[in-house]
Design a protein around this ligand. Structure first.
Ligand SMILES: [Zn+2]
Length: 83
């Protein structure tokens, strides 16, 4: 039964928290994955993430970050008009 619970947990893919690299302007994964509900109650504190684009560590706040899933929806909404 414990195996079932573990498998169940691993099957869920949460959206990744993304921030913008100030040096390259590219989006980077913070390494944090969370669901939108948990994200909404996270405190707006400074967090550090290693940037794969420029190699520096970036300090970022929750207010600068977005969920990867949200950006996909954002892009879809702004690049393709289905209405
Ligand atoms: Zn960077």
């Amino acid at each position: 039964m414990l195996g079932c619970i573990e498998n169940y947990g691993r099957e869920i893919e949460w959206p990744s928290l993304m921030v913008r690299c100030h040096r390259t302007g590219r989006a980077l994964h913070t390494g944090i994955e969370t669901d939108p509900i948990t994200y909404s109650v996270l405190p707006d504190i400074v967090t550090y993430s290693r940037c794969p684009h420029c190699g520096y560590e970036h300090a970022w706040r929750k207010s600068e970050a977005w969920l990867a899933e949200s950006e996909q929806l954002y892009k879809r909404r702004h690049t393709v008009s289905t209405d």
